[in-house]
Design a protein around this ligand. Structure first.
Ligand code: MG
Length: 376
């Protein structure tokens, strides 16, 4: 199997709630997503997607994804998409860094590997565990009462795990945490994610003020070192996200006892190949994980489902169904959160079709932004 053509498409993903807001006043109304199609000499095509959380979350942005994919595409022509470690070495040799650029290409090659084997990606990523992967719902930053209302609403829809966007004014953040915890029940999980937004003195005030509240604290401050200091000053369970962008910080965090849970985002790590590596290391070390991506539509959601559903459930803290946040569907076949009242409410279930199990909605993708093909 050889890669003959790489195409990239730009898709806007508006939000049902109008906007998504998090620390420091950061807000996005329409996410800029990039879908890639990799066509091969067998006639099989694979699909991947990358969607940064706006241009100001991680060092990643939509136009950058497309520029990087255009840069890499010629290096992939003639390569076997099933040989994923080889393929990632080729990408790393051609372009240093830029993991998010490589993510969509790597994802599309996992789709092709699955199609070539006639197996869902879940099987190739280690096997299928249980009925599905436990979801969390992210609660965009608003006034405390509005956030509590949203939590109650999503609880009725079957979610039992919630991630509050805090990292604003510490006093209001304390109210946000208290107001949302008050509408939850025993067994429900609440995470306060500051997304690097607090200075150390602010984080210290918040964790002390909510000392008696059952809440996890996620990435309170900008750097790993600051987070580690806060971790040592609180007994709340602790999650690291932005600081862990590869195996080195993951191993360091484990050695320092810096976190109880780590957030693995597929594009932050550079694709399913690298995310699987980090996932397997976490399994071996006993570190619980949230498995997700920075953002995305149906194709990213499908990839998350395969990685999360192939993770031992006791180590899977939660995952995300991004396709339920956005108004545009970019592919058919992606898993959809099951409806409230059903036995698997609050779970994301990976497709049993070969590969990722998705087919792009070509009418939504439109014309490619560019295509790179082998000379005939
Ligand atoms: Mg986070």
């Amino acid at each position: 199997m050889k890669i003959e053509r790489v195409r990239a498409f730009q898709v806007d993903l508006p939000l049902h709630e109008g906007s998504y807001n998090w620390s420091g006043g950061k807000s996005v109304e329409v996410f800029d997503s990039t879908v890639v199609a990799i066509d091969t000499d067998t006639g099989a095509s694979g699909y991947g997607e990358v969607c940064p959380l706006g241009p100001f979350y991680l060092p990643a942005y939509g136009a950058g994804a497309r520029a990087g994919i255009r840069e890499l595409a010629p290096h992939l022509l003639g390569e076997d998409p099933r040989q994923l470690e080889r393929l990632n070495r080729t990408m790393d040799a051609a372009l240093k860094g830029h993991p998010y650029v490589k993510s969509a290409l790597d994802m599309a090659c996992w789709d092709l590997l699955g199609k070539a084997c006639g197996q869902p990606a879940t099987t190739l990523l280690g096997g299928r565990f249980g009925a599905g992967a436990t979801l969390y719902r992210a609660i965009s930053q608003q006034d405390p009462d509005a956030m509590a209302e949203r939590v109650a609403e999503h609880r009725r829809a079957g979610y039992r795990r919630f991630q509050l966007k805090v990292g604003g004014d510490p006093g209001i953040d304390v109210e946000r945490i208290r107001a949302t915890r008050a509408v939850l029940e025993d067994g429900d999980v609440l995470v306060a994610d500051a997304n690097t937004g607090w200075l150390m003195h602010e984080a210290a005030r918040v964790v002390r003020a909510v000392r008696e509240v059952d809440v996890y604290v996620e990435q309170p401050c900008r750097t790993y070192e600051e987070c580690l200091q806060i971790r040592r000053r609180t007994d709340h369970p602790f999650v690291l996200d932005e600081s862990v962008d590869g195996l080195t910080p993951l191993l360091r965090g484990h050695a320092d006892g810096a976190m109880d849970v780590v957030n693995l985002k597929i594009s932050k790590l550079g694709g399913l190949t690298r995310a699987r590596q980090a996932r397997d290391l976490c399994v071996a070390l006993g570190i619980a994980m949230t498995i997700e991506d920075s953002w995305g539509g149906d194709i990213v959601t499908a990839a998350i489902a395969h990685l999360a559903h192939s993770t031992p459930p006791e180590l899977l803290f939660s995952c995300t169904d991004f396709n339920s946040y956005v108004t545009v569907s970019n592919a058919t076949g992606a898993p959809r959160r099951s409806q409230p009242g059903s036995a698997d409410a609050g779970l994301l279930t990976a497709s049993r079709q070969p590969g990722l199990g998705v087919e792009p909605r070509w009418e939504v993708l439109g014309e490619p932004v560019f295509e790179t093909a082998a000379a005939v």
